[in-house]
Design a protein. Sequence first.
Length: 305
Amino acid sequence: MNKLIIITGQTATGKTSLAFKLAQENNGVLINCDSRQIYKYLDIITGKDYNLISKNKIGLYDVIKPDEYFSSFDYVKLALPLIKKIIKKGKTPIIVGGTYLYIKHLLYGVETENIPPDWKLRKELGNKTVKELQKILTGVSTQLINQLNQSEKNNPQRLIRKIEILKSRAKGSHIQPRGLNMTLQSSKTNMAITLENKLSVKNLKIEFYGLKFKDKNLLRKTIKKRVEKRLKNGAVDEVKKLLEMGYTKKDPGLKTTGYQQLIGHLEGVLDIDTTIQQWINKEVQYAKRQYTFMKKDKNITWREI
RNA sequence: GCCGGGAUGGCAGAGGUGGUCAACGCACCCGUCUGAAAAACGGGCUAUGUCGGUUCGAUUCCGACUCCCGGCA
């Protein structure tokens, strides 16, 4: 019997502590699944737990630089072999992090798996207005744009992705998607089977936990404390250092809560109180969105804190 | 005390108006999202300081009061 443990959930719920505990009980090895901790040099503000886990005991920390793009596909590509290696050693991989999108793609696959992001195209289309993007899409496929809901129709990133998919298919390079889709989320066995195939591992047992706050007051209080702690630990200096290294607020790594606000402060746009308040608000809002997204996954066993 | 200016949602703030007034932003609530996810988006909520008058009808006109800001004393 092979075991895989996944711990996700809202930010600031203590996922890493739980992962550490489960690692001791299960002969486990941690694999990060936080889209921010993937980045080098983003340490204090993304809350890398160096005290709890020494750097070499957790996988997928610090794999790219702040100006590099990363996607759920890249994550899966890196995570799968790592998981496999750990299982082969007879240990338990423990995936821990709040980026549910990455977990979702790892567990359930993506229909358009063979159509990679075209960052050049994205950059090009990035200058266009939503109206222009809609027009491009309408020109290619009226059917497709009619299927989009209001939210997606106005979301430039989503529209660009759709265009990307259509362009790729127009080139004829695509293969018919495999039957991996959302319906698998309702079935625990299928989830394991999918991964067993991808890993070529037999008898995989998956434990899938989600951590969430009991109520919003506690969430806000905890986040506020955490922000204050990070400031005390040198968050401002971390940002200064990154700016000195030549990174800017437009770099994908720095498009992160905390960095955006502190850069605003260093630029003199925000006073410190506003900076802190905004930082806290953004994290609270993020935690809310996380749960909205994750709660649709029926495989998650929830634990309230 | 006198003179002037002001009072619009939880906050900030615009403009119009005797006829269901009421923008934008923030916050808050709910949601969307199959290769950017700590991202990007959609929807929703709440208002004319108090009291009285004129009027069929007042947020708008009139009066008083309260509070705030500026100037004079």
